[in-house]
Design a protein around this ligand. Sequence first.
Ligand code: BG6
Length: 510
Amino acid sequence: MNTSPAIHLDQIRRPSPATLVIFGASGDLAYRKLVPALHTLSCVDLLPEDFVIVGAARSNLSHEQFRARMQEGVQKFGRLSGDACGDWDEFASHLYYHRLTYDKADDYRDLARYLQELEDERGLPRNRLFYLSTPPTLYAPIVQHLGQAGLSQTQGEFTRVIVEKPFGTDLASARQLNQEIHQVFREDQVYRIDHYLGKETVQNIMVFRFANLIWEPIWNRRYIDHVQISVLETVDVGRRGGYYDQAGVLRDMFQNHLMQLLTLTAMEPPTAWDATLLRDEKVKVLRAVRPPQGNAIRTNTVRAQYRSQDGRGPTYRKEPGVAPDSQTPTYAALELYIDNWRWQGVPFYLRSGKCLAKKMTEVVIQFKEVPHMLFDHDEQRPVAPNQLSFCLQPDEGFHLGFQTKVPGAGMRTRTVDMTFHFAGTFGEKALPQAYERLLLDALLGDASLFARADEIEYSWRIIDTILQGWEGDDAPPLSFYEPGTWGPAAADVMLAASGRAWAVSCVDTD
Ligand code: BG6
């Protein structure tokens, strides 16, 4: 197959021959993300010498129908479809479909037999990776049935299971799910996905921090005034109203994606690039996060819903599957503190919401002001302290705002922006999609970019505390924001209380 120079996963060894079973293969994730990602990996010769992908689901599909549907997904969503990777037929010859009813034990015994036949026919070792891409209520039953059918045992080099999000709906359910999984699989067999960790730019936070000398000495409370983490989306809840109304933005976005960004930004340097050491450091951060409680639940949290005043834009309460009097927030902003030496007293402002002005994910490190300013500055543009922004999406890269002399007489200063963008340096198609990286790592047995059981639980502890606070007497009122704006006024008020404001560094604000 073609090897395009625009790929940067290329220093990685290829995994051993293996079988990947995707439960829920007739769903959207397989169609939009998983199979397109696997196809791209095969284009760049990063899949094993031989492999089999078995789609398993309830729908009655032939192998050919499954292949045709996956081909459509690859054409629409694959990073390297078309000319860059033409050989569909070769890839399709690795794709199979197996119908199964999720709660029927016999069907798993059939699956076990089917996998053995396929493996024997192709001379594949019994290396197996199971991907749970079904509704979350099926995770525990599938795992249990896999165990009963003998499919969790390692018969080749490995047997692993990837579990999609959401992982639980609160601490208690996440704990229970961990226990149920651990009855069948050892922790080192379990790969809990958070697709944010598969994003190159998210991984780059670690490279930026720990492969450069200049940041770490100033990455602390002495130099940093505060940190902002924004994950803004333009989409509404669409067809997912039924799920979303039960979940809300804290469960849907904060428990996983925003907490991952927080831990990577705040953690201590691990001593090696190693799944255990890395995740140990992340867990330490989560354990040190002080969730707002008591009075702070009102002053340090904001919850809001999108609502169109003139009825021309979308209104959350009118979305299909959403209760007409729903209190579920589609936007939240939090002011969090991390109780350790590095971060004592430094606010971490987190915000995320749907139906906002721009799609933008950024982490902004706002440094403190210089202790004493010698120079005049442009009255129209006050001296801004240094600001470092990681633009995670779109236009991935980073910006560093700093002061420079305005040319001419005098010594006036102005803020200018130094930028780096991946596309400019590495090419437009250089950034692998998140699922490419994560599927490859799971096949290789590298769990660094997957959440560990305790990590998930500590993160839920924070979210649970806030959700409980929102049920109590100190809860902030649910506010509303117009779709297409930057969110509710209450979120601006929260920062303004300490003289701060939300930053937008990575996209134009007009
Ligand atoms: C998912 C959430 O995990 O992440 C969605 O369930 C959200 O509600 C999506 O839209 C955002 O992902 P990305 O990669 O588009 O930022």
